[in-house]
Each structure stands twice: as C-alpha cells, then as structure tokens.
Design a protein around this ligand. Sequence first.
Ligand SMILES: NC(=O)c1ccc[n+]([C@@H]2O[C@H](COP(=O)([O-])OP(=O)(O)OC[C@H]3O[C@@H](n4cnc5c(N)ncnc54)[C@H](OP(=O)(O)O)[C@@H]3O)[C@@H](O)[C@H]2O)c1
Length: 288
Amino acid sequence: MITLNVIGPGRLGQSVARLAVDSGLYQIGGVLVRSASSAAKALDFIGAGQVCLQLTDFPAADLWLLAVPDSSISEVAQQLATAKVVKPGDVVFHASGALEAKILAPLQVQGAHIASLHPAFSFADPARAVVTFAGTPCAIEGDVAACDVLQQFALDIGGVPFALAEGGKVAYHAALSMAANYLVTLADLSLQTANQAGIAPETANRLVLGLMQQTLSNVQVLSPASALTGPIVRGDAATVAQHLSVLPESHQAAYRAMGEATVALAGERLSEIQRTSLMTTLQVSSPI
Ligand SMILES: NC(=O)c1ccc[n+]([C@@H]2O[C@H](COP(=O)([O-])OP(=O)(O)OC[C@H]3O[C@@H](n4cnc5c(N)ncnc54)[C@H](OP(=O)(O)O)[C@@H]3O)[C@@H](O)[C@H]2O)c1
C-alpha cells in the first residue's frame, strides 16, 4: 500500500485524498490541519489518516501533497524542508495550475522528487467532486521519477494524466483561464446586449446560451476555423460598424479585441480587401 500525506485538506486536498483511499491502493498517513475544528470534518470526509497539527507530527510516507493555496506553496515547502520529515526518494507535489514543480526546490535539495499535478476540474464541493471526477485531465510536470509516480497516481484516482513540458505551465493555465473565465464573461456581455434589445431574460438565456452550446459543439466536431460563422467571416464590415454603434463604450473594447482575433481566425476565407475593411472598422470606426 502506498502512503499519502496531505498538507491542507481543503476542497482539493480532501477530494484527492478520498479518491486515493477509494482506489484501495493508497492509505493516508497524516493530514495537516490548522485547527482542531476543521480536522474532524476533513478526516471524517477522507475516511482515513491521522491528524497532524504540525509538520513534525507527520508519519513516514511515499507521497506528499501540498494542497494549500498557491500563495502559500512556497512558504509551506520551505517549512516542510525545515521540518526534515520528507525522506530522500519521496515524491512531493502540489496541485497549482499556474505554478511549476520547481517551487518545491527546497525539498528536491533534500533528495525528494518533485512535481505538480493539476486536475482541470472545479472542486467546489468535495462530496460532489469525488463522484464526478472520473475522466478529468490531469496535467503533470516535474522531475522524471516524480512524473512516473504521479502518472500512475492520476490513473488510480480516475484521472487522465498528460505530461506538460517544463516551462509550459503558465501558457497551460492561461489557456484554461481563457476557456473557462472568458467564456463566462462573453456570455454575460451577450446577455446584457440581448437585454439592451428588449429581450426578456428567460428568452435571452435560451437564445444566447443555446447558441453558445451549439457553437461549442460545432467547434468540438469541426475546428475553431471551420465552426466560424457570422458577419466577420462573411467580410461584412458594415454590419460590424452597426454593432459597434449600439454597444456601450464599456463593451466595445471586448468586441473590437475579439473581432480582430476573429479576422485572424477567418484567414483565407477573407479577401485582402475584406480583411482591410474589417480591421479598419474594428480599429478606428466611431459609432455611426
Ligand atoms: N479548488 C479547485 O477547484 C482546484 C482545482 C485545481 C487545482 N487546485 C489547487 O489546489 C490547491 C488548493 O486549493 P483549494 O481550492 O483546495 O484551497 P482551499 O479549499 O482554500 O484549501 C486550502 C487548504 O490549505 C490550508 N492552508 C492554507 N494555508 C496554509 C498554510 N500556510 N499552512 C498549512 N495549511 C494551509 C487551509 O487550511 P484552513 O482551512 O485552516 O485555512 C485548507 O485546508 C491550490 O494550489 C489550487 O490552485 C484547486
């Protein structure tokens, strides 16, 4: 049985620990909590492990998960190195999407293997997370030995591991943030614009979100370039100018920026004249 120690049984820490226990292949050694009150709840959910109130309380383990917020990973890694409880050959990993494994360098110096394992999943509620986690892509980067162990760990908890090259972490995280966060902002801007047209909120939801879902499934089946429809790919600069003329200034910047990226995506489907006309409209047109 492989032993996992967990520092920070928050949303991700509890969920990953419970998934590891449920796999039947891992046992939980210690779980570091900052207050006795949160300990009982976390341990009850994980269903295994002993409470550790300080780093020096930890029992020996093969794997160490630092599931603390990104802003605390560096500090906790340093504290863990100072506590001298990690053995050479142990694998220490964090779950940040934006930070690289090398933030754990103080432990590598002591002979530990270091990595990051980022599940592309929202652990809003651990009880729900553990039943819906299966099939989640897990990005893994770090030293070779740690990555080998975590590839298997990700599979064992029901994830789908894939390797990230060194230096790719920030671009990886930017990709996910654009996809998840900007999609939400785009939905909101579109709903506000539908509202401006006098469309009732319920109808606007069906209209805008339905079209977004349909478009997303086209992108999945086709490709972004082939799924593109609308005035820009038709080279219709007049309609683009009209759109700009009704949008409040606060929304125009987003429309213009996305419009320019859409002209680039349309590529060869636009003539040179159409491209120039669209870019001029997007960059300089003032409301008509
Ligand atoms: N949540 C997600 O959907 C998600 C998805 C992918 C990756 N991640 C990554 O997972 C990691 C944890 O995120 P989370 O959302 O699970 O955070 P969270 O719910 O806020 O939990 C953080 C845990 O760390 C503990 N903690 C905070 N600072 C600490 C410190 N200095 N020393 C020891 N323990 C400390 C907290 O204890 P207290 O309760 O006492 O504050 C809590 O148990 C982050 O790296 C995040 O980027 C999260």
